[in-house]
Design a protein around this ligand. Sequence first.
Ligand SMILES: [Zn+2]
Length: 505
Amino acid sequence: MKIGKKIFITSFIILICVPQIVWALLYLTSRDLYESLNAGPDEKRNAQALVFDDIGDVGNVLSAYVDDHAPFRGALITLCQKIETGSENIYIDAVSALTGSGSDSQMSVDLDALDALGGTGTSSGSEDAGGTQAQADLDYKLVETVFPTCTEEGYERYVCDETGDSYVTPIPANGHDGTLIEVSESSYTTWGYEKYECSVCGRIYYENIVPKLVDTSYLAPRTSGGSTIFGRFDWLFFMGNDSLSYYKGTNLLSEEELADYAARVQRLQELCDERGIELYFMFIPNKEQVYSEYMPSYEVETEHKRVEVLTDYLRENTDATVLYPLAELRAGDFYHQTYSRYDTHWNLWGGFIGVQLLYNAMGRETIDIADAAEMAYPFPSERNDLILLGGLDATTFPEDTDYLVDYKPEVLFFLDSYDPVAHFTSTSENEEYFVLVGDSFLEMLRPYITRDYMHTLYLRRTNEYACREDILNADILVVETVERYDGQVYESMEALIDILENGDP
Ligand SMILES: [Zn+2]
């Protein structure tokens, strides 16, 4: 026999026998130490005895007996638990680095974001009684009383018979007299609120609003087809067009790029000013930003991401009006979902919020968002580009719902041409020519804007030169883009600038 084999067999016998021998010696010499090393920590059960009630159980009984009487078993169990806890802690540390501290379990949302559009309709009358010119002058007589309503204050007008002088005393608004009609609890997919209806004016309003809860547990990113990301609660997200870099905040523009972008925006603004064209920029957030609470666990480097930095920069360094309604679309989810669950796009409720914010920037009349939410009707959404891109089976997903606001139904409109250049004529009396250059997100703006202008033109980028005359004749020019196409807008602006600089023959 070779010497190597001898060493191997000897080592093996020592390994098997020595613990048993030491264990037996310990049992005979030091019973206390033996007991302390035998029992596992907090172990309650009795060790298996060598009792054979049934011949069929012999194997099991023997196996359990050996398990329970292994040398140093208590010490070994303690050691294993220490190792296991240690590796568990390493895992927990790694996961919490991805998911944050795990203590933030409520969706962070700016509930005041929609205030410009009427907020959540919680107003309950004016508290300011205004001037207190309560002259007790007997010469003044009450000549007029306007009673307050739920939301508007009234007044009493007093006039002096001799001098004709007058003054008014305001009467505070009454506030709504609401009846509780619905209570919702906050969950991972629903907001908490109390819904009231005013018995005087019929107004619907909400109180005690609680944002959705956020599931901060670790969810490993899983994708399909190279474009589709599986999120929480059946939500799907997009990873094409470098969307994940926009989400993680890893593709910020350099100072130089920001300055270049701003220079182009400013040049376009100046050309529009010269021609009396109102210019607006609308950057629509990627779905991954608006519904980040349903995203799987990715490491996000900064909350101040590429397009937010860009739009902030443009507002500071140019004269342009620049919209990036991230906070509004997150808050707007209180009423209805603002993006399609299985689609990269916002839905018709998101589009309505976009239109209202645009009108607000334009100084146009807007609709109170709580009223608009009541006017919206649900219907099954057929938007599912993320299911198609992922090569998934649509029948395995629950139905998604879209919400169309029944906006100005009295206005009729007609379609003269369709994509990539869509021209609409409507029975609106507004003769200003409205031209929008954008991408597929404009489809959710069309049902509303079209009813506010007699002539509207929606063109996809790269068709600018084909619409040269329209751009030159526009009264209002809106440059729309989804966040991930900010680079395409940079290109498109070059064409728009060229058209406006060289437009006139
Ligand atoms: Zn009321």
